[in-house]
Design a protein around this ligand. Structure first.
Ligand code: ADP
Ligand code: MG
Length: 468
């Protein structure tokens, strides 16, 4: 019976969806008109109920007649790796959901949504938030000698994800040289050119957190399944997997699955594969299967191009000699260069200050200087206030203007996160507040980061900027 159902289902959905959601199912029992099927996890069962219930009804109806019933059996993974135990999942609500009455209703109904049970929303409609930043696109990623190879490999991969020999594509290079930007650009372009593909950008750090969480909640299988349905997986900063054996194992597993199925994997790292310590050999060897492309420090011309372009985009005119001066002096990293440009723009457009060489010198010094400093609460206040284009006095003031309050809360949040100072001492230093205010600020920032995209971007930008 189940075989019949399967072949019917197979004809009605994409091969990918079939493979992911139906191949792992086992028929375990048939009594009268009730078929029991075993699914790998609760998540799996919920997914089937949510996405394929209509199809299942029709398939079952065809092979078992109108009285057909479906019973899910969820395979329990035993923590000690003993024989799997089984639990039956037939909550009354679900049982009635899949009974024969519902099947015929689905077939006869006038409800347009159910009119054609054969058009089943496939896995392609899966709503996964890609986590992409659309500002990090190819257009904004200026080409130069230092990034030409990596950029063109990234372009090739976006045109034919999974269809080139650049799989995985590993982009590596030092801090602030554009790895994250380029990785996003691939995702953004794939979404644009291949809207049906499921793209996901994730930092290795977040991947690790999710994995640990899944182990804690006993949903490791669901975690793996989630990643296995992605067409283009981008994992940023994989050097952070160093020494994390469990996460590496699970990533190895996911990687192999994706690779075997012709899915594209894009990785970034701040080290070349040979220099990655404490990454398992078998994983490293996978990384080398595709192409490793390095982002080099930007050469003078690229630096100049970046400055000119950013100024132009913001409609700010600054004399050539000053652009030259900045391009000559900030060499090591594009993020630093951007910081200096933002300062220049801020001075010229907000303070209506004439940008002369003396000012440019001050700014450049500031950037080169800052990057060598330890992270202190002062540093945090400086960076946060300059990011939001206000001065430190404003940041510390008693005002309740929303954007200033938010900037202050962000500063407190980072002070808590990046220094060893106590809540009370943080409060004291950031505008003489008490410890409860700081605690509240940290909570607010955490909440807003998960609900407000723009806010989240601020925090992420600052996170990077603070450690430069
Ligand atoms: P990484 O991930 O290597 O540390 P990022 O991708 O975060 O570096 O880049 C740092 C900053 O520099 C970002 O704001 C990014 O937009 C900018 N940037 C990097 N490369 C370029 C480039 N080629 N053209 C324009 N901006 C760039
Ligand atoms: Mg990065």
């Amino acid at each position: 019976v189940w075989e019949n159902c399967l072949s019917f289902i197979e004809d009605n959905i994409t091969p990918q969806a079939y493979k992911t959601w139906f191949e792992p199912i086992k028929a375990v029992k048939l009594t009268d008109n009730a078929l029991s099927i075993q699914v790998p996890s609760k998540f799996f069962y919920e997914w089937l109920e949510e996405h394929y219930v209509k199809l299942l009804r029709v398939a079952l109806n065809k092979s078992l007649g109108n009285q057909a019933k479906l019973v899910y059996v969820i395979k329990m993974e035993n923590a000690r790796g003993k024989k799997p135990a089984f639990t039956e999942k037939i909550p009354s609500s679900q049982r009635s959901k899949v009974n024969s009455q519902d099947i015929s209703m689905a077939l006869n109904t006038k409800n347009p949504e159910l009119k054609n049970p054969f058009v089943i929303p496939g896995i392609r409609n899966l709503k996964i938030d890609s986590q992409l930043n659309s500002n990090y696109n190819f257009e904004n990623f200026l080409e130069g000698d230092s990034n030409r190879l990596a950029r063109s490999a990234a372009k090739a991969v976006s045109a034919k994800p999974g269809g080139t020999s650049f799989n995985p594509l590993l982009i590596f290079g030092g801090v602030g040289l554009g790895k994250t930007h380029l990785a996003h650009a691939i995702g953004v372009e794939v979404k644009d050119k291949h809207p049906n593909k499921t793209v996901l950008y994730i930092s290795a750090e977040k991947f690790t957190q999710q994995y640990i969480e899944s182990v804690r909640k006993n949903t490791r299988n669901d975690f793996i399944h989630f990643y296995q349905v992605i067409d283009v997986l981008i994992v940023d900063d994989i050097q952070l997997l160093s020494g994390k054996k469990g996460t590496q194992d699970v990533f190895f597993h996911i990687f192999n699955h994706l690779h075997q199925n012709g899915k594209q994997v894009i990785l970034t790292s701040d080290k070349a594969p040979v220099d990655m310590q404490e990454i398992e050999k078998r994983l490293l060897s996978r990384f080398k299967w595709g192409l490793s492309a390095e982002l080099l420090k930007p050469d003078y011309l690229t630096r100049k191009k970046i400055i000119t372009c950013k100024l132009y985009r913001d409609g700010v005119e600054i004399s050539d000699s000053i652009v030259d001066f900045v391009a000559k002096n900030i060499k090591s990293n594009i993020r630093e260069l951007e910081g200096a440009i933002i300062s220049l723009i801020a001075h010229s457009s907000f303070n209506k200050e004439e940008v002369d060489l003396a000012l440019a010198k001050k700014i450049v010094e500031n950037y080169v200087h800052n990057s060598k400093k330890e992270i202190s609460i002062d540093h945090i206040q400086k960076v946060v206030s300059s990011y939001f284009q206000m001065d430190i006095d404003t940041l510390q003031s008693k005002t309740r203007k929303r954007h200033i309050v938010q900037a202050r809360q962000i500063a407190m949040f980072f002070a808590k996160k990046m220094t060893k100072a106590s809540l009370a001492s943080i409060g004291k230093q950031i505008g003489d507040r008490d410890h409860a205010t700081v605690l509240h600020a940290c909570k607010t920032v955490n909440n807003l980061t998960s609900t407000d995209k723009q806010f989240k971007k601020f925090v992420e930008d600052l996170d990077k900027r603070l450690v430069e």
